[in-house]
Unconditional design. Structure first.
Lengths: 312, 97
């Protein structure tokens, strides 16, 4: 860990439960980390519990410790991790496919007496196969005091965030903005394509409808965007095109609406196809139309659907 | 009625329908407008393909109408596929709103 001369205190750590739980607020150690997980050369800042800040070289997600621990504990497939402790060396190998936790093993090794004392140089090296998704990491720490090494290393994560210089931040923002604009452009193109498809479908449906209307109905459609159908029972219906719902209306000679019928196809089908489907059914089979449709009576009249069904 | 453009039910090749020329027309409603299948009523394979389309759709609840009249202005419900019918429209199930 890039703990170059700084001091930090504990906070909560994710990853595996630890065999050692540090005392809250305990001031720990100073340490130096040279190489860490991720891309080298990116600056991060660590703010310790006492407010001190440290600058190191590491890339992690949001927490140095978290990253470190996850890397070590998530060895669930082919790995071979060795941890060297100077002046002693401790190696832990994890067999292929096991779920053994290297970190804990290493911790136990240390606790059993490998590292104690007021000052020790420590280096850690882990390697793992690429298939395990791990990369080689290494770090060293110095100047541990009386705390067992692992206890110190396993301290909860200090808050870590990545610092960007202004130029880098501007470039990042520019990239983000460009990506956003590209997504917006793609969305606009998609929307236009959808609109064009719908318009094409509507045009086809209207064409089909017109092939099934009489000359008089076509004229009504062209002038008023509706048409009238007189069924075998002599009733006159108006087919409006302003809505998918309730657009079929029983009308009297003065075109006054007596009842409204709600019957429709699935809504993704063009409106003119709805009208044609309604017309075909009403002309061919008025009782079935009445059985399916929901009727809303206007002006205190009785339900015409009841009359038609009773007569059918 | 104008000539109607559609496709063969066998290979999807473009075809034109004109009433009284020995071809049958199935117009199947769908989200992108209707799909027109134009089949040769004297070709057994095409009749079988048209029958297959008809039966698949009616099993899904589509209603078939035999459209007649010089301008197609009348529709009669069909209860089974009839290769003599020249023009039919297949309508997805209607539901009450």
């Amino acid at each position: 860990m890039p703990l170059d001369g700084g001091t930090f205190t504990a906070g909560p750590v994710v990853a595996e439960p630890r065999p050692f739980v540090p005392e809250p607020g305990e001031i720990l150690h100073t340490a130096t980390v040279e190489d860490l997980v991720g891309q080298p050369g990116t600056e991060i800042s660590i703010t310790a519990g006492d407010g001190s800040s440290l600058i190191g070289t590491q890339i992690s997600t949001d927490s140095l410790w978290q990253s470190w621990n996850l890397t070590l504990t998530n060895t669930t497939s082919s790995t071979s991790n060795s941890i060297q402790l100077h002046p002693q060396s401790v190696t832990q190998n994890v067999a292929t496919g096991t779920t053994e936790i290297v970190w804990r093993q290493w911790n136990n090794s240390i606790v059993t007496g490998s590292v104690t004392g007021s000052s020790v140089d420590l280096s850690i090296t882990t390697t793992a196969s690429a298939s395990a998704g791990l990369i080689t990491t290494g770090s060293s720490a110095t100047s541990f005091n009386h705390t067992p090494v692992w206890n110190a290393w396993n301290r909860p994560a200090p808050h870590v965030w990545q610092q960007m210089d202004p130029a880098e931040r501007a470039a990042h923002e520019e990239t983000e903005r460009a990506a956003y604009e590209e997504r917006q452009a793609q969305y606009r193109v998609q929307r236009e394509e959808d609109r064009a498809k719908k318009a094409e479908a509507a045009e086809k449906a209207e064409k089909l409808l017109l092939t099934c209307l009489t000359a008089e109905q076509r004229m009504e459609w062209r002038t008023r965007k509706c048409f009238y159908v007189t069924t075998r029972t002599g009733r006159r219906y108006r087919f409006d095109s302003n809505s998918y719902q309730g657009n079929v209306k029983l009308v009297n000679r003065d075109d006054m609406v007596l009842s409204t019928f709600c019957i429709h196809l699935p809504h993704h089908i063009p409106l003119c196809d709805h009208l044609l489907a309604q017309k075909l059914m009403l002309e061919a089979d008025e009782p079935t139309f009445m059985r399916i449709a929901n009727e809303a009576v206007r002006g205190g009249n009785g339900r015409v659907s009841d009359l038609i069904l009773a007569a059918a | 009625m104008e000539n109607i453009a559609g496709t063969s039910p066998l290979d999807g090749s473009p075809r034109t329908y004109q009433p009284g020329t020995g071809f049958g027309l199935i117009e199947q409603m769908g989200p992108e407008g209707d799909t027109k299948s134009i089949w040769d009523r004297n070709n057994e394979d095409e009749v079988a393909a048209a029958r297959d389309t008809y039966e698949k759709l009616t099993k899904k609840g589509y209603r078939a109408y035999h459209v007649t009249g010089s301008e197609g202005e009348k529709g009669e419900p069909m209860s089974e596929f009839d290769p003599k019918v020249e023009r039919m429209i297949l309508v997805p199930p209607l539901q009450g709103g």
